[in-house]
Design a protein. Structure first.
Length: 139
């Protein structure tokens, strides 16, 4: 149930004369409540559909895609023609991200002096910091 909209209240500190509260015409209030109810219902439906999309994407990407790509790789199939167009199985090789352990292990293969390795790791920690800003909308 939607109640009468609340109007912003002024802090008690400033003793300004209060203006009389404007009366909302009944037909405008009914229209407002109807619009708000419709908006809330659409927001609920969007949330439900987003949840359904999330579940479908999870099944598609985590269950079906590995099975399909495994089959295509096993039988050396590069692409499959479908009514929706060709589906390709592309191979992509990526390197694991760098971390301090990988860097330390790699340096220890070239440098035997542990003090030099520690100094190099300290220099890596002292690199320049880049600050960026992003806008985040309401949830």
């Amino acid at each position: 149930m939607i109640s009468q909209p609340q109007q912003a209240q002024q802090p008690q500190q400033a003793q300004q004369p209060q203006q009389p509260q404007q009366q909302i015409p009944p037909n405008e209030l009914i229209s407002f409540k109807s619009n708000l109810t419709q908006w809330l219902e659409m927001d609920r439906q969007i949330s439900e559909l987003n949840q359904q999309m999330k579940e479908l994407k999870k099944i598609k990407n985590k269950t079906l895609e590995p099975l399909i790509t495994q089959f295509m790789v096993q039988y050396n199939i590069k692409d499959v023609n479908t009514d929706n167009g060709p589906v390709k199985c592309n191979q992509r090789n990526t390197k694991k991200p760098l971390n301090k352990n990988i860097i330390r292990d790699s340096l220890s293969q070239l440098i035997t002096d542990s003090i030099m390795i520690d100094q190099a790791m300290t220099l890596i920690d002292q690199r320049e910091i880049k600050t960026t800003y992003r806008l985040v909308g309401p949830k």
